[in-house]
Ligand binder design. Structure first.
Ligand SMILES: C[S@@+](CC[C@H](N)C(=O)[O-])C[C@H]1O[C@@H](n2cnc3c(N)ncnc32)[C@H](O)[C@@H]1O
Length: 278
């Protein structure tokens, strides 16, 4: 479905030029202007007609326009006040379906703002992208209030999120993203699609909640992987020795303590966390 604005909007590049908005490196700004690409990204969460979407960093609003065209109600958090007049025009053109929160996304409770089920869609600023992502993966209650995450990362980060065990990219991010979620790279995006083009390639990761393994405290899993991958070249008996009971748990599960964190599968980390939580 495609909902057109009630007031015709000029092409985004023109709006940006008219407002004299230039990209700020400090705020991680790389803008997307290609409407077809933006519509493809907005289609990744599935049918958004009438759905609520939380967007971090709308900037001048390219992705926001695509989400609104897809019929979503959008709540967008933007730190850069220079973008607010452009976003206000967008909200008017789409009959108030866009709410802009001028704040730092790190200080925002998205669950409370959305007030019900919602999707998260964002071309994330690289400086807070991973911190926001791990926060969305770590709620105590599961399934979370969000129904899907559709997030643009640098390709290297996206590869770390979906990495299988035993690969160089496999680490804490992969375990946190995979132990109770399905995570996949949905689309690679060439650097030339952005203004200005970043130095590296990007990719969109799509994540949906999966069933949660029983009897696992997410805080224990978080601690274990933090220690294990914090010293990834060390043997487990060394990297995990600061966690009470961890060496005994390795033994009880038949996990060789001379192995390294990157050889421990997601299921093995989960089993370790479960045993330590008893
Ligand atoms: C990569 S740009 C994406 C802009 C736009 N969504 C697009 O796709 O063209 C990242 C956006 O996040 C904003 N931003 C950076 N840090 C932020 C933060 N902590 N909280 C909210 N927005 C932030 C930037 O101002 C910028 O607009």
């Amino acid at each position: 479905m495609s909902v057109q604005p009630s007031v015709p909007l000029p092409p985004l590049r023109e709006t940006v030029r008219a407002h004299g908005l230039s990209a700020s490196k400090a705020l991680g700004q790389n803008f997307l202007f290609d409407e077809q690409l933006l519509d493809r990204i907005a289609a990744l969460p599935g049918d958004l007609d009438g759905a609520t979407v939380f967007e971090v960093g709308p900037g001048p609003g390219g992705l926001t326009r695509a989400l609104l065209r897809a019929g979503a109600r959008v709540i967008a958090v933007e730190r850069d006040d220079r973008c607010l007049p452009l976003l206000a025009e967008l909200s008017d053109a789409f009959d108030g379906r866009l709410t802009v929160v001028p704040d730092d996304a790190m200080a925002i409770d998205a669950d409370a703002l959305a007030g019900g089920p919602y999707h998260i869609v964002a071309n994330l600023p690289y400086n807070v992208g991973t911190a926001l992502f791990t926060r969305w993966l770590e709620p105590a209650a599961w399934p979370p209030q969000w129904r899907s995450l559709t997030l643009m990362f640098q390709l290297e980060v996206a590869e770390r999120i979906v990495a299988p065990v035993g690969t160089n990219a496999y680490g804490r991010l992969a375990v946190l993203a995979q132990w109770r979620s399905h995570a996949r790279i949905a689309m690679k995006v060439h650097r030339s699609a952005f203004t200005p083009p970043p130095k590296v390639m990007s990719a969109i990761v799509h994540v949906t909640p999966a069933d949660e393994p029983e009897g696992v405290d997410p805080r224990i899993l978080s601690k274990l992987t933090e220690k294990g991958f914090g010293q990834r070249r060390k043997m487990l008996r060394q990297s995990l020795k600061g966690i009470t009971g961890a060496i005994e748990a390795l033994d009880a599960l038949g996990i060789d303590p001379t192995r390294r964190a990157e050889t421990v599968s997601v299921a093995e980390w989960v089993a370790l966390a479960r045993l330590l939580g008893r």
